[in-house]
Structures are given as C-alpha cells and as structure tokens.
Design a protein around this ligand. Structure first.
Ligand code: AMP
Length: 433
C-alpha cells in the first residue's frame, strides 16, 4: 500500500514514524515533509493547500491512502476532493471539519445536545458584544469564530482587555475568521487533551496527553503552538475518561451523524477539568502537535491499521494498544519564537541525541541543505523520550536536548511539571501508608 501523509510539522513526522513501521505500508510519501521526514518517506514538494497537485500526485503514483495532518486543508475540503476521485483518506470531510472550523457551530451543537462547555454568546455586531462584555465582567474569554492558527482565543483578565480584543478581532486582526466572535465564561481547572479515533459512527478513545502552550517556564509568557507534551495525563483518570466519552465525545458523534455530518478521523477535545467534571473548551479535527508525538511514542499496535479502519468506517474498538511507559516531548524552538525569529540556522548533534536509549528526535521545522540540517520554522525539533514514568522520560528527553548543538534555539526546562508533582505526591502517599 502506498500511503501519502499531508503536512510538514512534528505531528506529520510522528505519523510517518508510526506508519513506516507498519507492515501494511510498502511505500510512504509526504507532501511537503521536512528534513526529518526525509529519512522515512519520499518528500514531494506539494503544498498542503495545493489540492490539484495532491490529487495529480495520488493518481500518477498510485497512492492508496492519504493521511491529512493539519486542520486547514481538512476545513477547506481536501478529504471531499480525494473521495470524489475514489482515494481513501483519513480525516473528516468539510461538513464534519466545521467542528474546528467554526466555534459558533461547535458551541451551538453543545447547547442543543447539553454537552458541557462554557456559557457563551455569539456576536456579529460590536455594539452588542460590548454591552454583553460590560454586563458579564471579567475574567472573560473572546474568540474568533473561524480558524486563526491557534491564536484566536483571548483570555481577558479585565473588561478593558476584553473590549479591546473584541474590537481588534471584529476590526479584522484575524481577517474573515473574526467576522463573528464568541464571548464565553472563563473556566477554572486543569487542561487536558483527549483524542478519539472515529469512523463516522463509533469512537475509540486514544491515550491521554497534556501540553504546555505558554512559551516560558512556569507556564508564563505568550501562547505558542505548544512547547512540549506528555502522555499519559495524570488528571485524566479512568473515571474522567469515561465521563468525557459519555458526556462529550459520544453525544457529539451522535449529533454529527443526525446532522448528516458523520465524523471520521481523529476528534481532539481540548478539555478543562473543573469541579463539575470535564468541560469542552474546543474541538480540533486532527491530532495535536506536539501531543501526536507522545501518542505515537506510546502506540504499540499498528497505527496504520487503526487509521485505515477509521477511514473505512470499520472500527471494531480493539485496534489500539498502548505501551505502559510514559512519553514526553520537549519542543526546541528558534530564539524569538513565537515572535520574529531567524530561519536557516545550523543544527548539530541530532544523531548524538538519538543515540541515547529511548530518545527520538521528531522534526517540526527543519530542512536538509546537503548534509547540513537547518531550521525552517518557529518550532523546530521535538525531542521525544520514554521512561517508566514521566520523571524518567523527562530526564532522558533533556539529555537528548543537551546533546543538540543549536545556539539559535531554546526550550522550556520544565515540561511535565504538573505530572511530576502528582507522581511525587503519589510516592509520598505511598511512603506514608
Ligand atoms: P482555544 O483556542 O479555544 O483552545 O483556546 C486556547 C486556550 O485559551 C485554551 O487552551 C485555554 O488555555 C484558554 N481558554 C479558552 N477558552 C477558555 C475558557 N472558557 N476558560 C478558560 N480558559 C480558556
């Protein structure tokens, strides 16, 4: 089987890493890929938004299965275009990808089906939004309706901040994505990422993960695409996972089916674990990045077989088995990220990092320039390691980071702190007993 992965980030490197070890794949390509993916797959220079180019490649090279990594082509209907020419694809079609493509759609679906989420109101008129914000007070959250590369949610501590956010968004800060806004209640709790593999009707929960969005240690500074992740997420106990399936994922699957939008692919629920249980912050319609890296590190059974079963509408529920070991990914980013940063700086030491037992380096934004590896984005590498627990995995991951010689990059030094605090608490409780 010839498999084509669409995308160029750490998530797609992780997907290629998983698919490359499947006995079902005889050929693996990636469009456009990156400097790390090149070692596993044939990288073809076709952009993720070049649907005609992707289809022409699939036909010319007899691609049997396409796995779409990022949200933008999903929301724009790449899967519909592929299915129209009988090419099997992993990911939701345009009608189902609206769960991520429109916050207003997602919030209304929650309201209609009693799915727990923050109370909200939608606005396309700034005067009404102002009045609502003033009436509700702060803290409060202002969001774009459409996709804004992860930057469309603004948590506001004061009414003034919220008014400014609403005005900026509706004034065109995020283009058409901000024609409508959602203003919602601020929720207090711990965040977690929950993933379910879906085949249109059935949903199979995957392993849990948590990520760190803020750029600096202590979860300080501006939000990024994600500075690190780990799996499992200790806050997601078995009971919490069950509640998430019963109250959030399964009602969503039923609602989407009733609506003529059956959801296939991976449904990624961003959750706030509150005193009242899991609440939905947002839906994404693809794997998270860097959560995908830790999931693939722990994925024991054949990942390609599971993605195929989901795409064919044939999930039996027993497709995925997990390693008991924990996994962690530390993202190395270019100095200056998430603001301005340089591209093209030389990175050395990746082989030395990968020589450490249990360490893999997944590339997010790199390019090979002859034999030289260079940076080619904001988030550049995801140093991924496994261990008996998060503490051990983290120790290895930072040994990997320290083996990498890249003066133009930086990383957080505290990835996994919440999970490690919980591990410590558990150990202390164990000793006290
Ligand atoms: P989103 O793009 O909707 O995932 O939001 C990005 C981040 O903003 C989330 O990961 C949360 O940290 C925060 N956030 C979004 N909505 C809320 C909310 N209603 N209450 C508290 N924090 C939120």
């Amino acid at each position: 089987m010839h498999v084509l992965v669409i995308g160029a980030g750490g998530r797609e490197h992780a997907l290629c890493w998983g698919i490359a070890r499947s006995t079902l794949a005889t050929r693996l390509s990636c469009a456009p890929g990156n400097g790390g993916i090149e070692r596993l797959a044939e990288c073809v220079d076709i952009g993720v938004d070049d649907f005609d180019g992707i289809i022409a490649y699939c036909r010319a090279e007899a691609v049997d299965f396409v796995v779409v990594g990022p949200e933008v082509p999903l929301v724009a209907g790449l899967v519909d275009r592929l299915e129209a020419v009988d090419i099997l694809a992993f990911g939701p079609n345009e009608r189902a990808a609206i769960l991520e493509g429109s916050k207003v759609f997602m919030k209304n679906l929650c309201k209609r089906h009693n799915i727990p989420t923050a109370a909200f109101e939608r606005f396309s008129d700034i005067a009404a939004a102002r009045e609502y914000i003033q009436d509700r007070g702060a803290p409060i959250v202002v969001k774009t309706d459409g996709l804004a590369a992860g930057k469309g949610a603004i948590v506001c501590q004061t009414v003034e901040e919220a008014l400014a956010a609403a005005e900026n968004i509706m004034g065109g800060q995020f283009g058409d994505a901000g024609n409508e806004i959602v203003v919602e209640q601020f929720m207090v709790g711990e965040e977690a990422s929950f993933f379910a593999l879906c085949d249109g009707r059935n949903a199979l929960p995957l392993a849990t993960a948590q990520d760190h969005k803020a750029v600096f240690d202590g979860d300080k500074g501006p939000n990024t695409g994600g500075m690190g992740a780990y799996s499992p997420a200790p806050v997601m106990t078995e009971e919490m996972c069950q509640k998430t399936m019963e109250r959030i994922i399964l009602p969503t699957m039923r609602a989407m089916e009733q609506d003529g939008r059956p959801f296939k692919g991976v449904l990624y629920a961003g959750l706030m674990i509150t005193e009242r249980g899991p609440q939905l912050i947002e839906y994404n319609v693809r794997f998270g990045d860097p959560e995908c890296q830790v999931l693939l590190a722990r994925w024991q059974s054949d990942p390609l077989a599971a993605l195929l079963a989901a795409a064919k509408g044939q999930l039996a529920g027993d497709e995925v088995t997990w390693s008991e070991r924990a996994a962690i990914t530390v993202v190395m980013a270019a100095n200056g990220y998430p603001g301005d940063y340089a591209k093209g700086t030389e990175i050395k030491g990746v082989a030395a990092a990968e020589a450490i037992a249990g360490v893999s380096v997944l590339h997010a934004g790199t390019v090979l320039d002859g034999e030289t590896l260079r940076s080619n984005g904001g988030r550049v590498l995801g140093v991924t390691a496994q261990g008996v627990n998060i503490r051990e995995a983290r120790k290895r991951a930072y040994e990997g980071v320290d083996a990498i010689d890249w003066p133009d990059g930086f990383c957080r030094r505290d990835i996994g702190w919440r999970a490690i605090n919980r591990e410590d608490e558990r150990e202390e409780e164990g000793e006290a007993e």
